[in-house]
Design a binder for this molecule. Sequence first.
Ligand SMILES: Cc1cc2nc3c(=O)[nH]c(=O)nc-3n(C[C@H](O)[C@H](O)[C@H](O)COP(=O)(O)OP(=O)(O)OC[C@H]3O[C@@H](n4cnc5c(N)ncnc54)[C@H](O)[C@@H]3O)c2cc1C
Length: 459
Amino acid sequence: MSPKSSPTKKIKWLIIGAGPTGIGAAHRLSKLSENDFLVLEKSNQIGGLATSYRDDKGFVWDIGGHVQFSHYEYFDQAMLEALPKEQWYHHQRESWVWIKERFVPYPFQNNIHRLDPADCQNCLQGLRDKNKKRGPENFKEWLSQSFGEELCRIFMHPYNYKVWAYYPEELSYSWIGERVAEVDLEKIEQNIKLSRDDVSWGPNSTFQFPKLGGTGAIWQGLADKIGQNQFQLQTCVEKIDSQKKLAYTDSGVIEYQHLLSTMPLDLFCQKIEGLPSTTIETAKKLKHSSSHIFGIGLEGKLPAQLEGKCWMYFPEENCPFYRVTVFSHYSPQNVPGENYFSLMAEVSESPQKPVDKQKLMDQVIEGLQKTKLIDLKKQQIVSKWQFHAAYGYPTPSLERDQILNSVQPELEKRQLFSRGRFGAWKYEVSNQDHSFMQGVEWVDQMVHNKKEKTYYGID
Ligand SMILES: Cc1cc2nc3c(=O)[nH]c(=O)nc-3n(C[C@H](O)[C@H](O)[C@H](O)COP(=O)(O)OP(=O)(O)OC[C@H]3O[C@@H](n4cnc5c(N)ncnc54)[C@H](O)[C@@H]3O)c2cc1C
């Protein structure tokens, strides 16, 4: 990538952030032969949260298990431009819940026959009794009305607190869509009767993953195709003068015609000169959680209970993580050799759910043993990798939409656009495919006046 710029240059299209959203915009601009664009990225790597690292022991890590799946043909095509067909693996999703000392296939509610008979019956009774008399007011009520009290007590409530780092009564449920498998009571009763597992479900029942280099290889590959000189790394945007259309960076000033930001919306607002303080303060009320990612590289035979599993959910208090990915299953190249495997654990943090950062690695390793994922008498830890994403999940808090509806128009009045996982702050459209397409569709809106579908939630 090109070195830092000399001060003051003119660029037609300026994009802040080289994550999937910024790359999506860059990709579309180059397809439309609008080549006067530049992507500024403060870090020294392409990919944003969808980047990967290789540690000094030869293990590859993502920032949490990134699963590639798509809702868009344009995205599918771009993925094949990033990496040719033969450089992808295709996997069947197999996810599980570790609860009450056993694995239950996900979706949990479809597989309660795996619980002890009394627990199974209590959950089933709750499912039969669930009360949908009035519309739910928050995510907790939505969960109770969808799954019944017992299933919520043992799984849905504690698990969702662990993931979101906020109590479910403080979240809305407008983001759910296809993300939470709803209840089919007849099917559940049949599964119980036949003791039948019901494993594959949802939009990502199969997923693809790069053979080499982790998720980051996709975005690096696509950026290389777009052209390295269109990306300027290690350049932090510090101030925007929207009247003069100037972006001030730590290495110079850029005059732009159109600007797309993909940095977190609350931080972006603080960088805009002359933005009313009420807007800045309103944006600060958006909630998010941080993600702590722990990569544990192991030498030894893969424990039998991890065979075939992609990732596992952990609702209980016997471990700090809510999810563990068997990352060596995604690609054998994610580990240094045959007698190795790798686990990646995710821990959330928020003001409502603080963590002790100094102790977290030890707590994760202890948790992996308590949940019987590893046995240090049989396997040896040969690598420990740790990453902290200060902005991990954009929280769909109850007040989120009101905040967005007040902040985004203030920006657009100034012809400033904020899109992407934390740019738009809409969890429901914040995966890689959605984020990439938000960038693509923003360009189509600017060039062809075509309404953005993903950002506005239009099918
Ligand atoms: C734990 C975890 C698990 C996930 N799992 C999946 C998954 O399984 N599947 C999936 O599809 N997605 C997953 N995601 C989501 C995926 O990472 C996002 O969809 C994607 O990275 C969002 O892209 P983005 O470009 O909007 O934002 P980001 O990736 O956050 O990129 C924004 C970029 O802006 C840069 N930036 C910020 N401020 C400035 C500044 N002032 N100047 C210049 N540059 C700046 C940042 O450095 C960053 O590179 C996961 C995310 C997390 C945290």
